[in-house]
Write a new protein. Structure first.
Length: 255
């Protein structure tokens, strides 16, 4: 199985092996009080399923058919959670739901909005599904991006198999970065499978993010540099934003 597709369509079944961010408790902090949340970019359910295990209802928007399949496989093995989780096909800029939510979460999603127009369009649609005074919480990478050759970026052993990941980056015009992911699967030290993926991420700034949030009537409440609630400082690579929806009198928090 050798081929290249955008995103994670070929490697969705390997995604959780390497997405090891320790941020479930961080997002639980916001979800627990709300009771119901919207997650934009639900992926394979890495965050939504632990939240549901705490009794939180999660509506998860996910554009990738392969990621949604992996998500549903997990739910099929945890049927007691199925009434608490709804998986909705769609992307951030165009999904439509019939109601608004007290909390909207995004993890590893904002970087995939490629330019200012896409960021604004996505935020406008997301905030349309956020209640007045509701909380929008998301993370993004602000660290220095440079081109780099394909290099080892982790390995995981599963039974008699070992999965090795390699990552490369190529700077592109328009403040974009092409990310190349290669997953090599070995059995008894022999390469038996390889999966190639490519995706593109956008480069933005903290100032641009603040401006976009202001345009969609959201006010930044707090910013962090890690999932332990450490306050953000200029120069930190990771920016986590907590923003409240404060619509004008003419606006509406209902979807």
């Amino acid at each position: 199985m050798i081929g290249t597709m955008d995103g994670y369509e070929r490697s969705a079944q390997l995604y959780d092996l390497f997405d090891t961010k320790d941020n479930v408790d961080f997002f639980l902090h916001y979800a627990a009080e709300a009771g119901t949340i919207l997650e934009v970019g639900g992926g394979t359910g890495r965050i939504a399923i632990p939240l549901a295990e705490q009794g939180i209802r999660a509506v998860c928007v996910e554009p990738s058919p392969a990621m949604r399949r992996e998500f549903r496989k997990k739910l099929n093995m945890q049927r007691h959670l199925r009434d608490l989780i709804e998986i909705v096909p769609g992307d951030a800029a165009s999904f439509t739901l019939e109601h608004a939510f007290p909390v909207v979460l995004l993890s590893g999603v904002f970087d995939h909005f490629l330019d200012r127009r896409e960021r604004l369009t996505s935020l406008e649609n997301i905030v349309r599904h956020l209640e007045a005074d509701g909380m929008l919480v998301f993370d993004l990478f602000l660290g220095l991006m440079t081109s780099s050759s394909l290099s080892p970026a982790g390995r995981v052993r599963i039974g008699d198999r070992e999965v090795r990941r390699l990552v490369g980056r190529q700077m592109m015009p328009g403040k974009r970065v092409k990310v190349q992911l290669v997953f090599e699967i070995y059995r008894n030290a022999y390469l038996v499978d390889r999966v190639d993926e490519e995706s593109v991420v956008g480069i933005t700034t903290r100032e641009e993010v603040h401006g976009l949030l202001s345009e969609v009537e959201c006010c930044v409440r707090r910013e962090f540099s890690d999932y332990d609630f450490t306050p953000y400082r200029d120069g930190d690579d990771l920016l986590i934003v907590e923003a409240a929806h404060q619509p004008s009198v003419e606006g509406s928090g209902d979807a």
